[in-house]
Design a binder for this molecule. Sequence first.
Ligand SMILES: Nc1nc2c(c(=O)[nH]1)N[C@H]1C(S)=C(S)[C@@H](COP(=O)(O)O)O[C@H]1N2
Ligand SMILES: [Mo]
Length: 313
Amino acid sequence: MYRDPTIRSSDITPESVYLNRRTFLRGLGALGAAALLSACGVNASDTRSNQSAPTNTLRDELGDPANTFEQITTYNNFYEFTTNKEDVARRAANFVTKPWTVEVTGMVHQPRIFAIEDILQMFDQEERIYRLRCVEGWSMVIPWQGFPLHKLLAIVEPTAHAQYVRFETLYDPDQMPGQRDRYFPWPYVEGLRLDEAMHDLTILSTGLYGRTLLPQNGAPLRLVVPWKYGFKSIKSIVKIELTDTMPVSLWMAVAPHEYGFYANVNPDVPHPRWSQATERRIGELGRRKTLPFNGYAEQVAALYAGMDLRQNY
Ligand SMILES: Nc1nc2c(c(=O)[nH]1)N[C@H]1C(S)=C(S)[C@@H](COP(=O)(O)O)O[C@H]1N2
Ligand SMILES: [Mo]
């Protein structure tokens, strides 16, 4: 294999490996490359934002550079392991994700249990470079691989009665010691309205930076809903249920006045204990303004036409 002698191995980051492979795919016009590149416009000449990762030409559609693989995989929220963001990676390192099944059930015509291998085979993996905005006030830009949730839902065929989708994380206190903490009603549960779940921005992710998802990011399958606060993007999913009743998420159960069902990113509605007007992009100095719907208003605002988003927080 040819190696450029001017490149030291210490320069070979997961980002550069991914960027090279990505360029290669583009050159080949390989199957899937169209989807890989059409999902997000990558505009290298866009210089609006800070150059926090100078080698990283991977940008979201606003021109913001992607966070590094290191940042994305070492600063995590995953309470099943620990509440210490810097320690999730270490504590989750031995999490067993094989074998893994995802049950899709409830108000559907074709209930089904999928093996994770089948999911990977059935759906083309697209690249989606999304901002993730945590309710705590920090954010990252993450190059996910995944596929729209609506593709999976189409296979199970929701009935006319289905109005919501309820998601559940694995319950296994032996592997996830945080689940011994009785303060939380485990397992972690999240929910979406059916139209939110069917929106093309809503994906199930299986990887990032061209690599299989690591446990700290929700391996082997996690939801990503980029216009909502990060806690909606539930990790390590084992069950997806179509229902006619609004699911009660773990955060709604714990603190209903602080965390609502909708959880759309909204700089105008402060959390009861802190403002949501600004955020700290991991890797940047200072803070930037938080955008309504996390910058995805054009695509999703219509879903909430006529709703009072202060009431429906
Ligand atoms: N099962 C589960 N999913 C979860 C969480 C969690 O604690 N458990 N934390 C959420 C929160 S608060 C955020 S901000 C994101 C963080 O995702 P990341 O660590 O991949 O950046 O995951 C969300 N999904
Ligand atoms: Mo979060």
